[in-house]
Write a protein that binds this ligand. Structure first.
Ligand code: SF4
Length: 457
């Protein structure tokens, strides 16, 4: 895949990553407890299975590139207290949520989930199993792991709790880059962590990498990719560093003059794609790579890949319920987000209420556009007839303006517009956010895009 810088620079502009539609910026406080209760009732009645997310927010220190909602502490009492609140939060949720629904997917994200001790992780899993009695035997249970805080005991606790997928944060193996971003983690530390997981029979190992960090060069990042491949991961997530210091204060600690220029980033990306593909992984979605046998890859080939807050997934049949500070729940027709700060989160639970900060109910128009943007972001194609049938519309008539707005992309061979379909070319995938945003009714109306989102390239 040859990347033509001029072409990409022309189309690259701030755009969301679309882990939801509408984006979280559209969630609002007018979505209140009663709206959430009604949404959960509809979810219970839908017969859909459950996917559960637990946000474990603690970290020892800040990695300067990090965009997550993190609480820096090394106090054990803070973690014990948080576990108690998770238990109480599920109890509050269970007043409306039918916890007897089958659970197909569980995910621990953070923060650093393994910054909790092995015994604490066991306690969390025990709490989950106490409340949710029908966890499927083949449920996918994944955990994000920081290799710097991970040992044999953590792995035993996770394995006994039925964890079967792990994702290791590596980001970059170059010493100068690691110093600059305040995350020093040797390659050997990561290799040791992968070995522990494999020795406990974990079949699915993901490694997270980021391009666009300070001092990265094409050569240094290609070396990082080669080192990651030497660990034989089943998946690699390759994220474009989103520099938004006006939103994340810790990013202000990075010296902007050391960040690679957009042209270098594109070359880095091109080299990374080539190295990952020659290492046997295939590109799925806009930022993931997976082995040909991986279920995400199979789902992409069958047009069944989906995107949610954890990235790409095959479990679109589930409603997602999130627990812990900042976590987001997603049903077929709503999103709801918990308070981002611990004090408000705890106060709500103390009052016996769901710690709801904001949310949104989706109308028919939102559901239609969610479907379109989801298909573009995940499967890189639109089937007009299928969407017209599902939403009882005439796609070509309704989206005439949007199709016309895609013409420049078609002229550059980044996509093809057929009579009844749109197909994104492999080179167009890198601009998928800029293509998807054309169908975003909220962001087409606002000037706020620049301020809120990072550039797509
Ligand atoms: S990257 Fe991971 S370990 Fe670093 S601050 Fe963010 S959540 Fe914590």
């Amino acid at each position: 895949m040859a990347i033509d810088f001029e072409k990409y620079a022309k189309y690259s502009r701030p755009a969301p990553r679309y882990t939801s539609y509408p984006t979280a910026n559209e969630f609002h406080e007018g979505f209140e407890a009663g709206d959430l209760a009604a949404a959960i009732e509809r979810s219970n009645a839908s017969g859909r299975d459950l996917s559960l997310y637990f946000h474990l927010p603690f970290c020892r220190s800040a990695c300067y590139f990090c965009g997550c909602n993190v609480i820096y502490t090394s106090k054990d009492e803070a973690k014990e207290r948080y576990i108690d609140y998770l238990d109480r939060e599920i109890k509050v949720a269970a007043q409306t949520l039918n916890t007897a629904r089958p659970v197909r997917q569980l995910h621990f994200g953070g923060g650093t989930p393994t910054f909790f001790s092995a015994a604490q992780l066991t306690a969390i899993i025990k709490i989950i199993k106490k409340h949710f009695k029908k966890i499927a035997k083949d449920a996918e249970f994944s955990v994000e792991i920081d290799p710097r805080f991970f040992n044999e005991d953590h792995m035993k606790a996770l394995q006994e709790g039925s964890v079967n997928r792990v994702s290791f944060g590596a980001q970059d193996f170059d010493a100068q880059v690691q110093e600059a971003v305040h995350r020093v983690q040797s390659f050997d530390e990561t290799a040791r962590a992968v070995k522990i997981a494999r020795s406990h029979g974990i079949k699915s190992v993901n490694i997270d990498l980021i391009y666009g960090l300070p001092f990265q060069t094409i050569e240094s990042f290609t070396r990082t990719i080669a080192l990651a491949l030497s660990l034989a991961p089943d998946r690699v997530a390759l994220f474009n560093y989103a520099h938004v210091p006006w939103i994340k204060k810790t990013m202000r600690k990075l010296d902007e003059t050391t960040l690679p220029k957009p042209e270098t980033k594109l070359k880095m990306l091109q080299s990374a794609i080539e190295t990952l593909e020659s290492g046997g992984l295939e590109m799925i979605g806009m930022d993931h790579f997976a082995s040909p046998k991986d279920e995400l890859n199979i789902a992409l080939k069958n047009g069944k890949l989906h995107r949610n807050f954890q990235g790409y997934t095959t479990h679109n049949e589930c409603d997602l319920f999130g627990f812990g500070v900042t976590s987001i729940s997603e049903g077929r027709d709503f999103y709801a987000q918990n308070f981002r700060d611990l004090a408000s989160y705890e106060a709500a639970i103390d009052a016996g209420k769901a710690p709801l900060m904001r949310g949104i109910r989706l109308g028919e128009e939102d559901l239609l556009r969610k479907k379109i943007i989801g298909e573009l972001m995940s499967n890189f194609a639109l089937d007009f007839a299928a969407i017209s049938k599902e939403f009882k519309i005439n796609f070509r008539e309704k989206f005439g303006e949007e199709i016309a707005a895609l013409a420049p992309f078609a002229e550059e061979n980044l996509l093809t517009i057929g009579e009844n379909s749109i197909a994104i070319a492999p080179t167009g995938r890198l601009l998928i956010r800029n293509i998807a945003i054309i169908f975003d009714e909220f962001l087409q109306k606002t000037e706020e895009v620049k301020r809120q989102f990072s550039k797509s390239v």
